[in-house]
Design a protein around this ligand. Structure first.
Ligand SMILES: Nc1nc2c(ncn2[C@@H]2O[C@H](COP(=O)(O)OP(=O)(O)OP(=O)(O)O)[C@@H](O)[C@H]2O)c(=O)[nH]1
Length: 295
């Protein structure tokens, strides 16, 4: 039986690309759920992490960075941002140590009814009185914020300060998800995210932004998981770059992805990858729908 004092709610983690949202969520969850890379815009999906406590359940969503809609893909991403602001019981608005107020991006937080906590991340890089100065700066910049918390998602410093603050705003509500679940994403999703991360880490320029990964088969056997994935690119020339000389680049991606999958799924993995060209998928909504970006 769930007690009547049980608290449950939704927390959205928002902010510009690369400020450390995924890293923060991973630290809050204590699990590696969201892919992390040094390149911007790696998080396209709304990923949920479900933190289950004795008498609470917090559902985190790690949203795409706040962006200007340039392609249809970006518009779909912006919808996730909007919905996650309205849905939430609390918002963690993450900024990097060096960030400053930008009217266009932060204006929406001046009036929002949902409680907003401003999280200054990357304090491990701070010098002198930079942290105190930034706290004062942001308190002054956004009048509406409940509190400013300074953290390092990299070292984990101060991350534990966030939970009690969030719990204060979680309504009394029975759990939304079974209490033994920690995400609403499928194993296929994590498999595709791991491959996507390796593409981000191994290629320069437009390749990572032009690819999409679809898992065609995910078969779990007693001692091994057999995974077949198709990597879609926009143009034939990109296919060549992705595969590399004699298949060497794709082989490296496959090997690195397999190693991470073996750690993630705690099982031996057989991974097979194919590359296909899907012309201009970013601009074509029906393809976006097919890939699950549009509902
Ligand atoms: N020094 C330092 N680096 C950090 C910290 N948190 C994150 N990073 C780095 O910043 C980069 C971006 O981190 P992510 O967690 O992917 O950022 P994000 O905001 O989720 O990025 P998008 O998915 O593009 O929206 C990575 O290279 C992280 O290792 C931190 O506290 N300190």
């Amino acid at each position: 039986m769930v007690s009547s004092s049980f608290k449950a709610g939704f927390v959205s983690i928002v902010g510009k690309p690369n400020v450390g949202k995924s890293s923060l969520m991973n630290k809050l969850m204590g699990e590696s759920l969201s892919i992390i890379s040094a390149k911007a815009q790696t998080t396209r999906h709304r990923i949920m992490g479900i933190l289950n406590g004795e008498d609470f359940q917090i559902v985190y969503s790690d949203t795409p960075g706040i962006l200007e809609p340039k392609y249809s893909l970006h518009e779909a991403m912006m919808n996730y941002v909007k919905v996650s602001l309205e849905d939430a019981d609390a918002i963690l608005l993450v900024v990097s140590l060096e960030d400053t107020y930008e009217q266009e991006l932060f204006e929406r937080f001046q009036r929002i009814n949902t409680p907003v906590f401003l999280v200054i991340n990357k304090i491990d890089l701070a010098k002198g009185t930079q942290v105190e100065d930034k706290v004062a700066y942001w308190k002054n910049a956004i009048a509406n914020i409940r509190d400013v918390v300074t953290v390092s998602a990299k070292t984990g410093a101060n991350v534990s300060e966030l939970l009690p603050r969030l719990l204060a705003f979680m309504p009394q509500h029975p759990p939304y998800f079974p209490q033994d679940e920690y995400t609403d994403r499928t194993e296929r999703f994590f498999a595709s995210e791991i491959i996507r991360e390796k593409i981000f880490l191994n290629y320069e320029q437009e390749i990572p932004y032009s690819t999409e990964v679809v898992i065609n088969a995910f078969k779990e056997e007693e001692t091994i998981i057999r995974i077949s994935a198709t990597i879609y690119v926009e143009r034939n020339s990109q296919k060549g770059i992705l595969i590399g000389k004699g298949g060497s680049s794709l082989k490296k991606v496959g090997m690195e992805a397999r190693q991470d999958m073996e750690a993630f799924f705690a099982k031996k993995i057989f991974l097979e990858t194919h590359v296909k060209v899907a012309d201009n998928w970013r601009k074509e909504k029906f393809k976006l729908r097919q890939f699950g970006y549009l509902e």
